[in-house]
Design a protein around this ligand. Structure first.
Ligand code: VGL
Length: 192
């Protein structure tokens, strides 16, 4: 079985003390590291994304001084700053591919990211002939949701590791998980 693990935006600005702190973000970073130390060998690819916004513009209206936390957000994940770095609780030593997204525009999905070599997630999956993807990270209702829906739309089989995600809002996170399931994904605990 060839399977990929996608780890979405486990970055300082999305964990507990960040600009756009997600409750439970620190614990997700730590649990993902534990999961990787036990299970990284089971994945052909471990792909991590980072939101990587410009610091000199509003990134296509993504940043706002009066954010609604739905479509507009406080300044976060400016490329090259601490907030855009991976959370220190996230051990990235088993990550095989790093993608950056959101330069000058909103980009919720990991599928919008590119590596330094210009390859996208779909390029990587196709190069390795991978159809099965497990997804974890932040935030359930935004970047995890968008990444899962894009993976399904690209014909992949998707499982969301429900104990390795955390969301911005509880209600929209519940709705996002239900939507992902309706679109064809499976929800599983990481120890199953
Ligand atoms: C995200 C809000 C704004 C995310 C990114 O990673 O889920 N959420 N930008």
């Amino acid at each position: 079985m060839t399977r990929a693990l996608f780890l979405v935006d486990v970055q300082n600005d999305f964990t507990e003390h960040g600009a756009l702190a997600v409750t439970g973000g620190d614990a997700v970073a730590r649990r993902i590291s534990e999961f990787l130390s036990a299970h990284a060998d089971e994945y052909e690819l471990v792909v991590a994304s980072r939101d990587w916004h410009d610091g000199d513009n509003d990134n296509g209206g993504h940043f706002s001084d009066s954010p609604d936390f739905i479509d507009t957000w406080p300044v976060h994940c400016v490329g090259g700053t601490f907030g855009a770095e991976y959370d220190e609780g996230f051990d990235t030593s088993r990550v095989t591919d790093h993608l950056k997204k959101g330069q000058g525009k909103p980009a919720y999905s990991l599928f919008e990211g590119v590596g330094d070599d210009g390859r996208t997630a779909n390029d990587l999956l196709d190069a390795h002939g991978i159809r099965d993807i497990d997804i974890a990270g932040l935030a359930t209702d935004y970047c995890v949701r968008a990444s899962a829906l894009d993976a399904l739309a690209a014909g992949r089989r998707v499982r969301v590791l429900t104990d390795l995600v955390a969301g911005v809002h509880p209600e929209s996170s519940e709705r996002a998980l239900a939507e992902i399931v309706r679109a064809g994904a499976e929800l599983v605990e990481s120890d199953t």
